[in-house]
Design a protein around this ligand. Structure first.
Ligand code: NAP
Length: 302
C-alpha cells in the first residue's frame, strides 16, 4: 500500500475520502493537512509546506479543499514532485488548470482531475448504450438543497465558488462523458441572490436539443436526473447516475462506489505514470458564466 496525504479535512474529506481510503487495497492514509480537522490515528499537520518537507516518503497528495485556495496548494505539491489528485472542480478557472497540467508534465508527475459523478454506477453502461444511437434531445434536472450539502459554506457563494454550478458541474461531467457527440452552450439564465456573488439557480440551453435546470433551493427529496431521447429509445440516469433506466425499465448496475473508484483510478494512473485531466465539464460552466443573462432574486442566508 502506498502512503497518501489528504489536504483539507472538511465535509467531503470526512464523508467520502477518509472511508474510501480506509477500505482501499492500494492506499494508506499517512498524513492530513488541515487548520482544524484531523483523522484519528493519522499524523496531523496544520501547515502544508511542513508536511511536504517532513514526509518525503509520501509521494501522492489528494486535495479536498474548496476551489479558491486549491491552486496554491496544487502548485506547491507539484513543485515538490508529488503526484496530485484534485477534487472537482479542478480549479477556479480553466487557466489555473492549464497551468497545473503544464507544471505536472514538466515535473514528470501525475495529475488527476477527478469527477466523482463519472464513477456513478450507471454512467459506463449509459455511455455504452448511447454510443450506437443518435441523441435527439436531453434534459438535466439537478435540484438540491444547498443548506444540506454545504451547511454554512460561504465559499460557494464567493467568486470562484461557482454557486449552483458546484453541484451542476457533476451533471455536466456525466453529460460530457455519456453523450456520443459533444454539444456547446448557446444560452443561459442565471439567478443570483441579491446578497451573493454566484448563482443559486441556472437554466442552460445547449446545441443538439440539450437543456439543463440547476437549482439549489430544493428542500425535501433531491433530484439528480439526466433524461436522453434517442432514435433508438430513451435513457434515464437517476440519483446522480447511480441508477439507469432504459425505456422506463430499471437496469441494475450494482453498488455505487464513486470515491473508491476514484482512488482505484489514481492507483492505476500513478502505476502507469499517466495524467487524466478533462476540462469539458468546466468549459460549459465557464461558457454559462460568460453567456448567462443575470437575474437578481431574493437574498440567500444559510
Ligand atoms: P469545506 O468542508 O468547506 O472545506 C474543506 C476544508 O478545506 C475545510 O475543512 C478547511 O479545512 C479547508 N479550507 C477551506 N477554506 C480554506 C482556505 N481558504 N485555505 C485553506 N484551507 C481551507 O468544503 P467541502 O464541502 O469539503 O468541499 C471541498 C471540495 O469538495 C469542493 O471543491 C467541493 O466541490 C467538493 N465536493 C463537495 C461535496 C459536498 O457534499 N460538500 C461533494 C463532492 C465534492 P481547515 O479549515 O481545517 O484547514
Amino acid at each position: 500500500m502506498q502512503p497518501i496525504a489528504l489536504v483539507g479535512i472538511g465535509k467531503i474529506a470526512v464523508d467520502q475520502h477518509v472511508p474510501a481510503l480506509a477500505a482501499s487495497p492500494d492506499w494508506h492514509l499517512a498524513a492530513t493537512v488541515s487548520r482544524s480537522g484531523t483523522v484519528e490515528g493519522v499524523e496531523p499537520f496544520t501547515d502544508f509546506a511542513a508536511m511536504l518537507a517532513a514526509r518525503e516518503d509520501i509521494r501522492v497528495i489528494s486535495l479536498c479543499l474548496p476551489p479558491q485556495p486549491r491552486f496554491a496548494y496544487a502548485e506547491a505539491a507539484l513543485k515538490a514532485g508529488r503526484h496530485l489528485m484534485l477534487e472537482k472542480p479542478p480549479g477556479q478557472t480553466l487557466a489555473e488548470v492549464h497551468a497545473l497540467q503544464a507544471l505536472a508534465a514538466a515535473q514528470g508527475v501525475v495529475l488527476f482531475a477527478t469527477w466523482h459523478s463519472r464513477m456513478a454506477a450507471g454512467v459506463a453502461a449509459a455511455k455504452a448504450w448511447l454510443a450506437g444511437r443518435v441523441v435527439q434531445s436531453a434534459h438535466i434536472t439537478w435540484r438540491e438543497d444547498v443548506r444540506k450539502w454545504h451547511p454554512g459554506q460561504d465559499w460557494v457563494f464567493e467568486p470562484g465558488g461557482m454557486g449552483v454550478f458546484d453541484p451542476g458541474i457533476n451533471a455536466l461531467s456525466v453529460l460530457t462523458e455519456v453523450l456520443p457527440a459533444p454539444v456547446h452552450l448557446t444560452a443561459a439564465v442565471l439567478q443570483y441572490p441579491a446578497n451573493r456573488a454566484t448563482p443559486i439557480a441556472a437554466a442552460l440551453t445547449f446545441s443538439g436539443g440539450v437543456t439543463a435546470d440547476f437549482d439549489w433551493r430544493q428542500e425535501g427529496p433531491q433530484t439528480w436526473d439526466i433524461a436522453v431521447e434517442t432514435d433508438g429509445g430513451s435513457l434515464l440516469l437517476r440519483d446522480g447516475g447511480a441508477r439507469l433506466l432504459i425505456d422506463g425499465a430499471e437496469h441494475p448496475q450494482g453498488p455505487n462506489r464513486e470515491y473508491p473508484a476514484l482512488y482505484d483510478r489514481m492507483a492505476e494512473l500513478v502505476a502507469a505514470g499517466r495524467s487524466d485531466v478533462d476540462l469539458a465539464p468546466m468549459v460549459h460552466v465557464a461558457d454559462a458564466l460568460s453567456l448567462g443573462r443575470r437575474v437578481v432574486v431574493e437574498p440567500f442566508h444559510f
